[in-house]
Ligand binder design. Structure first.
Ligand code: M6R
Length: 615
């Protein structure tokens, strides 16, 4: 979603703001802008629609350079108001306050009416401009910038991550967080703010993670943080484990491609130190996990997008293997329902970013409904909102995922869920030692199996051309493969803009089979499992309606090759746990190559943001 970067330094800040924006561009990017306080304490602002590159060109084309030691910058993903220069951040009020904002101010219309009567005018259609005016108005009654922000913030309902500067207080930035992530970076030449550590890795590895309600006054030599009630608070400094190089493309053309090929290592890293003597170390989920898993009588999983698809796979595993009832629901629905949550529920959130607003709010709602539940988050982001809100945390060690389409985050979530299934199964004795060993051996084989699956790339690339002029595609699978088919369909939609749907293969005859003709490619997944015979007859039904088919199979499935049907053996001897993870790989490759043929922006598909931190 939108990105924020800012700093107070003893050097010129403009280059760092641009570098930070470039690193944040993957989050949201329909426009960008920056503002600095120049030497005579006046604002100098530049804003452009489109990529950060356009902002760079805008700055280069100016007669005089925009520079100063204090500045804030933003990449915008439009919520209120179209992507135009006027709607791009930073916004300014009365030449005294300027700010960048992530989140949504829900009562902005009401505030705007009030501010119009006070003589303020508006140059944008955003919900953000009211924040700047409200702070400017508060400054009339307050003696510092921070007290003005503290006063103004009382009128906002909604979510915000804010970076604020003022021409009247030219030595500081105010940062405020409520529902939108914000970190403070502590550097050698100054102090910084950003919505994501990645933006600041070139200047620091030391970060303070603000909590909801925090308001911080950031000067070059001092950082002071208050909570929402105005109490001074001490937030710990953490050293980031992220490496700058991890966010570079290296030899790859796209981050998505790089991240697909990083999966063997990401899975290895996620498994590392989580298994000992062929047993899952339950403490990998937190010190209290043992007791919590023992107590759990049902599991509720809540997530969005790919993370939701991973949850659907886990439902099969938890019920089939651990013999524990499991429900899975999309967070945006769950958060507004009045669900029944029993005391002994293990409430699991899945999220790459740990910041998805719907998932965070669903967890908060669940805790309100029943404070006795134990919450576990499985995330790729330490220090995220979800880790802070959850009783237990399992970190997938996928490394930064920059491509908007989730790849290695998804497969490592499945690995985490497999470890969870194994832990609960062994605690509840739903599997014996031999079965546990079998699962663990399967998990250890995964990096090699993923490498084998990646070898099919050339063949998949050759098939991708078939999608060039197609408007729709159907993905079929049964059991866990239905969830993997959903993930394949989501990937194709996201990055190639081809409409795609996933169906449980047995459900086809109840309606969707009417869609099938030679223009509707059908992609099916055929593992060698109990449902293979059923799946084969479903494939016959599709075939006889003239569809062009691609079947990804386990070598032992031996799906009969027919005219207009391409059968691609992915690898062999896959089990219940390994199969869904491995069959994800060809689907990722297929969507990647279709997107290349369609010429779309693979890493930054239109209308999408990496981390959806607003509703
Ligand atoms: O960070 P999260 O895992 O919570 O994100 C959830 C979804 O927004 C995300 O999976 C989205 O669907 C991806 N673009 C899928 O490729």
């Amino acid at each position: 979603m939108c990105g924020i970067v800012g700093g107070v330094t003893n050097k010129d800040i403009t280059a760092l703001l641009l570098e930070g924006l470039n690193r944040l561009e993957y989050r949201g990017y329909d426009s960008s802008g920056l503002i600095v306080l120049s030497r005579n304490n006046t604002f100098e602002r530049a804003r452009s629609v489109g990529k950060v590159k356009n902002l760079e060109d805008n700055l280069k084309a100016r007669d005089h350079k925009i520079n100063g030691n204090i500045g804030i910058a933003h990449t915008r993903w439009a919520t209120h108001g179209e992507p135009t220069i006027n709607n791009a951040h930073p916004h300014i009020s009365m030449n005294s306050v300027s700010l960048v904002h992530n989140g949504i101010i829900e009562n902005y219309a009401e505030l705007k009416n009030d501010q119009l009567t006070k003589g303020y005018s508006f140059s944008s259609e955003t919900d953000t401009e009211v924040i700047a005016h409200e702070i400017d108005f508060a400054m009339k009654a307050c003696s510092s910038l921070i007290s003005s922000v503290q006063l103004a913030i009382k009128s906002f309902s909604g979510s915000y991550g804010l970076g604020i500067i003022s021409s009247k207080y030219p030595n500081q930035i105010i940062a405020a967080r409520n529902g939108s992530p914000l970190v403070i970076g502590i550097g050698k030449n100054g102090n910084y703010i950003a919505s994501d550590q990645l933006a600041l890795l070139s200047v620091t590895k030391k970060f303070i993670f603000l909590e909801d309600g925090d308001i911080a006054e950031i000067k070059i030599d001092k950082i002071t943080i208050y909570d929402l009630d105005g109490n001074l608070v001490d937030r710990p400094i953490k050293i980031s484990r992220l490496k700058l190089g991890e966010t570079n493309l290296g030899d790859y053309d796209h981050f998505m491609q790089k991240e697909i090929f990083e999966q063997p290592q990401a899975i290895r890293d996620t498994l590392e130190s989580r298994i000992s003597n062929d047993t899952v170390l339950i403490s990998a989920f937190g010190y209290e996990a043992h007791e919590a898993f023992n107590k759990a009588k049902q599991v509720q999983i809540v997530a969005c997008g790919s993370s939701y698809n991973a949850g659907l796979v886990a439902k099969y595993w938890l019920e089939d293997i651990a013999k524990i009832p499991c429900n899975v629901e999309v967070a945006s629905e769950y958060r507004y329902r009045r669900p029944i949550l029993l005391n002994d529920t293990l409430f699991v959130t899945l999220s790459q970013s740990g910041e998805t607003a719907d998932t965070v709010e669903a967890l908060k709602a669940a805790k309100k409904i029943n404070s006795n539940i134990t919450s576990l988050c499985i995330t790729n982001s330490p220090e995220s909102s979800l880790t802070r809100l959850s009783d237990l945390t399992f970190l997938t060690h996928a490394g930064p995922e920059i491509g908007v389409a989730s790849t290695k985050a998804f497969t490592t979530q499945l690995v985490a869920l497999a470890l969870l299934t194994c832990s609960i199964s062994s605690l509840k004795k739903s599997i014996n030692k031999r079965q546990e060993r079998g699962i663990i051996h399967g998990l250890k084989r995964l990096p090699g199996l993923v490498n084998e699956a990646l070898l099919q790339e050339k063949q998949i690339e050759n098939l991708a051309i078939r999608f060039k002029d197609k408007n729709s595609a159907l993905f079929l699978g049964r059991g866990t493969m239905h969830a993997i088919a959903m993930e394949g369909a989501l990937k194709l939609k996201e990055i190639s803009y081809i409409h795609a749907e996933a169906y449980p293969a047995g459900e086809l005859k109840h309606g969707p089979i009417a869609l099938i003709d030679k223009n509707m490619p059908v992609i099916a997944i055929a593992p060698n499992d109990d449902l293979l015979v059923k799946l084969k007859s479903n494939l016959q039904e599709v075939k006889s309606r003239g569809s062009q088919m691609i079947v990804f199979e386990d070598e032992n499935s031996k799906v009969q090759q027919m005219e207009a049907m391409e059968v691609i053996p992915v690898t062999s001897n896959l089990g219940r746990i390994t199969a869904p993870i491995i069959f994800t790989i060809p689907l990722q490759l297929l969507s990647y190559h279709v997107a290349l043929i369609k010429g779309t922006n693979v890493d930054k598909p239109r209308n999408l943001a990496k981390s959806v931190t607003v509703e």
